[in-house]
Design a protein. Structure first.
Ligand code: NDP
Length: 685
């Protein structure tokens, strides 16, 4: 790979289908370790109304033409293409102050999120353009009026305003669910590190994988863009609470009820259990985790541990252990060998963190690290934004203010003692809502009290103990499948969380009507909708021939006592309800011996299956199996099997077909109901 050394150039925005530079030279963005310019940033002259219109019209309509699986495959192709170019991103990432390990979180963590959504999208979403939310709600006794919630993509754009600390991950973790939902995005990276986002967007655009208009980038100010957003747009924000609150109450956002997802300051806590005395595995794990969270990304992580809540009798040993480990953290230019922690993103940011440490000192004393005189192993001491880790101790945390309110966005944490589990929960909650907390304990009573106490104030809670020590992903790692966000001070937003994150970009609508009309809208058969039982057995039809609503009504089969005994002896399931008349009668649910539920399901398969080789390739399971009424010897079973949903795979020769299977008795009463899941060839042989 050819990695060019970049000369400080002017960053460009990618808008309305082309790269444009601002009309002014712009502000210099400086290398965090050396203070030398990396790039200049400016967006003056961009017509932001046109940017919004281009995204909505060009990008939105192109994305909405694709199915969920097609969009997921697009994310996969993009992720693979970015992985091939990762060395270039790593090289530039050093300028942000990131070490190799920090860059891995940002670059490969971000690409991994894209790939994770690509795979989840194909596994968990149908290959359609409309998403169904929940089950059919029956609204009439005769099945003539029902309802189904559906989700459709918003018709606007998603404006993503990102923080400076993760220029790649911050973009990709929001972009993946947005594009999967079918919504175009306008990315506004934080200026300080926008050069890395710009490079990645350049590489994305060069692949031509995304439809035109589905991704635009603004390097520099967003000008009047937020004055023109409307109710079909969505704005997400990551950064300081002050900016977030200002933007959230913007005139157009309030007037047009624009969805606004905010992720802001978060004073995340880590709680050491009452059982986790010095010398235990949990104590050691806790020390490692606090040090890791303080030093990764030089503590510039929204999920970093800011408050270290520990039993009072262990705090002396804890502070001593943390001090020892922190002292070994070599701080310097991340480009140099042996450096464990890089500088903060800028000198301004360091000034900000120093000011916040002074605020914290209203309640706490510094017990490790000197914020004013950095000891570094390499780098430019004057031009680089270096800061050694700073540990504070707050002896009376219940009476403290700043310790729970001030976020020093750097390698800074405050240790605070507690006496009881209740008090630990109280102190953690004083953060007024956080992204994440962790609890290190091996005591099931303590963990229950603390986790349930923390949960209403947190988006995520991690339990650390000796069993999960090797496999745990740790306190500070948001994962694509898990919710990332928190209530209150943390902004009240929610991102990621697997498919939950996709739904934030879609509108939920309850559609009510006659079942056949609902089926026409959703593409899914439901009870009461028209069905077609003419023509060949539905198992003889390939996906090209099969239609939703194709139905088979089978002949009847009588269940005998011999059948029940044969099944019991053959399978070994000789439960008394099938074998002992007296005992079965004594059971409040039965009037005598009954057929096994699995016998009913097996007989049903015997009734509906077409045995010859054909387009049906495999039965890969059943969903929602319920036995609704006991089947007694002499009862006659009949099956109604209806093609409920067809899900052709975008990249395979087959697709999934979901069949509604209703088993009734001689009185037409349902005895069992479930969905049969099959793989069916796209084309018949
Ligand atoms: P800011 O709130 O200043 O900026 C966040 C983002 O908002 C940046 O992209 C910024 O762009 C943009 N922005 C600022 N003003 C406007 C505006 N009027 N219209 C549109 N966009 C705007 O935060 P910083 O990035 O400077 O970080 C400051 C503090 O935020 C940190 O010290 C930390 O406390 C907190 N933070 C919290 C995070 C979290 O996830 N909880 C993550 C990162 C930071 P620009 O850079 O061009 O000004």
């Amino acid at each position: 790979m050819n990695i060019s050394v970049r000369q400080p150039g002017r960053l460009e925005s990618y808008v309305c289908g082309g790269w444009v530079a601002g009309s002014k030279e712009g502000n210099a963005l400086l290398d965090a370790s050396t203070g030398t310019p990396v790039a200049f940033i400016d967006s003056t002259g961009i017509d932001f109304t046109a940017v919004l219109a281009y995204g909505r019209e060009k990008g939105g309509s192109a994305l909405r033409r694709l199915s969920f699986h097609e969009r997921a495959l697009m994310l996969k192709a993009l992720g693979m293409a970015l992985l091939e170019r990762k060395d270039e991103f790593y090289a530039l990432s050093t300028a942000t102050g990131a070490t190799k390990a920090d860059s891995w979180i940002d670059i490969e963590g971000g690409i991994g999120t894209l790939l994770s959504y690509a795979s989840k999208g194909r596994r968990e979403l149908p290959n359609t353009r409309v998403l169904l939310d929940g089950d059919v709600e029956g609204l009439s006794k005769d099945n003539s009026f029902s309802a189904q919630h559906i989700l459709t993509p918003l018709l606007g754009v998603a404006v993503h305003i990102n923080a400076y600390n993760f220029p790649c991950w911050g973009m990709l973790e929001k972009l993946a669910p947005t594009l999967l939902a079918g919504v175009p995005a306008i990315i506004k990276p934080a200026s300080q590190t926008a050069y890395l986002t710009e490079l990645m967007v350049r590489r994305i655009i060069e692949t031509s994988i995304l439809p035109k208009g589905s991704l635009q980038l603004i390097c520099g100010s967003t000008g009047d863009l937020l004055d023109h957003v409307d109710g079909q747009d969505i704005v997400t924000f990551t950064g300081s609470a002050t900016t977030g609150q200002r933007l959230k109450t913007g005139k157009a956002i309030v007037a047009n009820s624009v969805r606004f997802t905010m992720e802001a300051d978060s004073l995340n806590a880590a709680v050491l259990g009452l059982d986790a005395a010095p010398g235990t595995d949990e104590f050691e794990l806790f020390v490692k985790e606090v040090v890791r969270e303080m030093t990764v990304k030089a503590g510039q992580k929204c999920t970093a541990i800011r408050r270290v809540i520990a039993p009072r009798s262990y705090t002396e040993a804890l502070v001593a252990s943390l001090r020892d480990r922190l002292a070994k953290t070599s701080v310097g230019n991340p480009a140099d060998e042996g450096v464990r922690m890089g500088p903060l993103a800028s000198l301004d940011q360091r000034d900000e963190v120093r000011a916040r440490i002074r605020d914290l000192m209203a309640d706490a004393e510094i017990v490790s690290g000197d914020p004013e005189n950095p000891a570094i192993v390499s780098g430019d001491a004057a031009g680089g934004a270096f800061l050694n880790p700073v540990l504070l101790y707050c002896d009376k945390p219940a009476a403290a203010g700043a310790a729970h309110d001030v976020e020093a966005f750097g390698p800074v944490s405050t240790v605070m003692p507690y006496e009881t589990a209740e008090e630990a929960v109280y102190l953690a909650r004083r953060g007024k809502g956080s992204l994440v907390s962790s609890v290190f304990t091996n005591d099931s009573g303590f963990v229950q009290e603390v986790v349930l106490g923390l949960a209403p104030y947190h988006g995520r809670v991690v339990i650390g103990n000796r069993v999960s020590a090797k496999s745990s992903t740790g306190h500070g790692s948001p994962l694509p499948g898990l919710v990332h966000g928190g209530p209150g001070r943390a902004g009240g937003g929610e991102e990621l969380g697997g498919m939950r994150g996709v739904k934030h970009y879609m509108q939920r609508t309850a559609v009510q009507g006659a079942p056949s009309m609902l089926a026409a809208v959703t593409g899914k058969w439901l009870p009461g909708a028209a069905a077609n039982s003419d023509g060949p057995h539905p198992f003889r039809k390939s996906l090209a021939e099969l239609n939703v609503g194709d139905q088979l009504i089978t002949a009847s089969r009588t269940v005998t006592l011999d059948d029940i005994e044969h099944f019991a002896n053959f399978t070994g399931d000789t439960f008394y309800a099938h074998m002992d008349e007296e005992a079965a009668k004594a059971n409040p649910f039965f009037e005598g011996r009954v057929a096994h539920g699995y016998l009913i399901v097996s007989f049903a398969a015997g009734l509906f299956v077409d045995p010859d080789p054909g387009p049906v390739l495999a039965n890969y399971g059943v969903d929602n199996l319920r036995f609704l009424k006991p089947v007694n010897p002499g009862d006659m079973l009949k099956v109604q099997l209806t093609c409920k949903e067809i899900n052709p795979r975008a990249s395979a020769e087959h697709g999934e077909v979901r069949w509604d299977c209703l088993v009734t008795n001689q009185n037409g009463e349902p005895v069992a109901q479930y969905d049969v899941l099959t793989m069916v060839a796209k084309v018949g042989k």
